[in-house]
Design a protein around this ligand. Structure first.
Ligand code: SAM
Length: 218
């Protein structure tokens, strides 16, 4: 189990914390947690404010292929794949790689990239309908923190079951009181959040042996 930032080449976004805090109502949180149009392609107050493909996952896909030494014919699963941007870019970077996704959002899957049609499964990451050890790698980026703690553990166990020691989980975190406050002023969907030590404890409880990293708002 290693702490490794496979998203180091992901462009950093400038977040307008003040604006989100004022819009961070119980109603907006409720809307965001439906993971429908309002979350992906509605206003910034309820989610992404437009979740569109722009090729930014290519660099991350390259790093993932190199990290696991992935090759044509290997199967990879993206848990919480949304519209399949990473699925598409992994297949571009490594032609012949068999990449699939799982997401709870019917809206995201219905608006997926054309190249990934048929590769994305509608489902909950607490129970994924694939045999044990059936993937060369399983990635879950900014997904499992959206579950309550007990479900979070179940989802992490699922990732481990599908690709023992070959998972990559990225979750929201904070290292200082200031970062925690910033995080709380921004968060819409995360239900479970810890500092890195708290997450490592949860991973240990789940028997997770894959890699991980943090999304920290600075
Ligand atoms: C913050 S988005 C991340 C999307 C993508 N991984 C990325 O980094 O751009 C969270 C995604 O997790 C999905 N999601 C939330 N809860 C889920 C669950 N229980 N099972 C599967 N997917 C879930 C949402 O629909 C959404 O697509």
């Amino acid at each position: 189990m290693a702490e490794i930032n496979l998203l180091r080449r992901y462009p950093r976004s400038k977040r307008n914390i003040e604006k989100r805090t004022s819009a961070q109502s119980a109603e907006n949180i409720c809307i965001a947690r439906e993971y429908s149009r309002e979350y992906f392609d509605g206003s910034r107050d309820t989610g992404y404010g437009g979740y569109r493909y722009d090729g930014r996952w290519m660099a991350i896909a390259e790093d993932m292929v190199a990290h696991w030494g992935l090759k044509p014919g290997d199967r990879v699963l993206d848990v919480g794949c949304a519209k399949g941007f990473l699925v598409k870019d992994l297949m571009k970077v490594c032609p012949g790689l068999e990449v699939f996704g799982v997401d709870i959002s019917e809206y995201a899957l219905m608006h997926c990239e054309p190249e990934v049609v048929g590769r994305l499964h509608l489902g909950n990451c607490v129970r994924m309908p694939f045999p044990d050890n059936s993937f060369a790698a399983v990635v879950a980026i900014n997904v499992v923190h959206n579950l309550e703690r007990s479900h979070c553990i179940t989802a992490v166990r699922e990732i481990e079951r599908l690709a023992p020691g070959r998972g990559y989980i990225q979750v929201d975190s904070y290292r200082t009181t200031e970062e925690r406050e910033l995080f709380l002023s921004w968060v819409l969907t995360a239900k479970t959040h810890y500092d890195p030590a708290g997450w490592r404890q949860l991973f240990w409880e789940a028997g997770y042996t894959g890699d991980y990293y943090w999304t920290i708002i600075e």
